[in-house]
Design a protein around this ligand. Sequence first.
Ligand code: PEP
Ligand code: MN
Length: 351
Amino acid sequence: MLVVMRAHATEQEIAGVCERIQSLGFRAHVMPGAERAAIGITGNHGPVPRSEFEDLPGVAEAIPVSKPYKLVSREVKPDNTIVDVAGVLVGGDELTLCAGPCSVESREQILASARAVKSAGAKLLRGGAYKPRTSPYSFQGLGEEGLKIMAEIRDRFGLLIVTEAVDYESLDLVDQYADMIQIGARNMQNFSLLKRAGRARKPVLLKRGISATLEEFLMAAEYIMSEGNYNIVLCERGVRTFADHTRNTLDLSIVPAVQRLSHLPIIVDPSHGTGKRNKVTPLSRAAVAVGADGLIVEVHHDPDRALSDGMQSLYPDQFDALMTQVRQIAAVLGRNVQPAKVLERATIAVE
Ligand code: PEP
Ligand code: MN
C-alpha cells in the first residue's frame, strides 16, 4: 500500500499518516517526490484497508502497489533517486566513476592506484579488504588493516572509498571506515546481511548475483530498503551463461529494464562482467551508451602481479583512455564526467 500525499502537504500531515501506519503495527517509509511525497507501508501480511488513510488530512489517495518489491519500485517513487555518497551524487547528470584494484594489497599499491584513478577523473576509489574468493587458498584480503589503508589514502587524495562487506563482522567495520558499502554478487541473497546493510549508516552498492533475475535483484534491494536505508546503487556485473569467451556475460539490457521498474540508480562493472582486460573498455563505452549512471572498473598499477583479478584489471594509462572515451559518449547523452586532474606534487609524492 502506498499513501500519496497532496502537493504541498505539510510535515505535520505526513507525520500524522506515519503515526496511523505505526499504530496499525506497520512500518512507514516517507518517499519525498519532486511534486508530492508518498508514504510506503511495509510489514503488513495482507491487504490494508484504504479507508484507514483516505480521510486523513493531506492525503490525496491510498493505492495498492502491484509489484512484489514496493519501496524500490517506480510505483512508489516516480522520480529518480539520487544517492549522495559523502557529497558525490550518483544518478544525476554526472556519471559516477569508481575505479581501483580488486583488493587492497599494500599501502604502496593503493597509493599508486589512487594516484592513477584520481588523475584520470574518478571520484570513488574501490578496493576490497575482505575478498570472497572461490578458493580458500587464494588471497582473502588484509581485513581491517586494508580498511585503514583505504581510509588513509582517502584523506590524502580526497577520493571516496567503496569496499566490500562479506559478513556481519566486516559490515560493522566497513560501515565505520568506508563511504559506500559494497555487497558482492555472492551475497546478493544473503538476506540477513542485506538487512544488516539496511541498518547501516552508509550508502550501499548492491551487485547483481551471478544468476539473479531482475525481480530477485530488485527484491534484494527491497530487503535493504525495508530496514530504512534508502541509499542504494545497483550494479550489473555480469551473469553466468554458456559463453566461454568471457568470464561472465555482461547483461547491459538490465540497465533500461531496471530504470523502467525502479527509481534507483544503476552502474555497470565491466571488469567482472567480462573478466578480460581487452573487453573492459569496449563494454564501458556500451554501458555509458545504454544509460548506466556510472562504472566501477578494476585498475591496478601492476596487474601482472595483482593478488586478485589481474587479468581483468586495466593499466593506469588504459583507464585514462577509457575515461576520455567515456566523456565523449556521455556528452551525447547530455551527461558529464569530471575532467582529468593534474595532481599537485605534494599529493602524488610517495613517502
Ligand atoms: C569485486 O568487486 O571485486 C567482486 C568480488 O565483485 P563481485 O561480487 O561482483 O564478484
Ligand atoms: Mn575483483
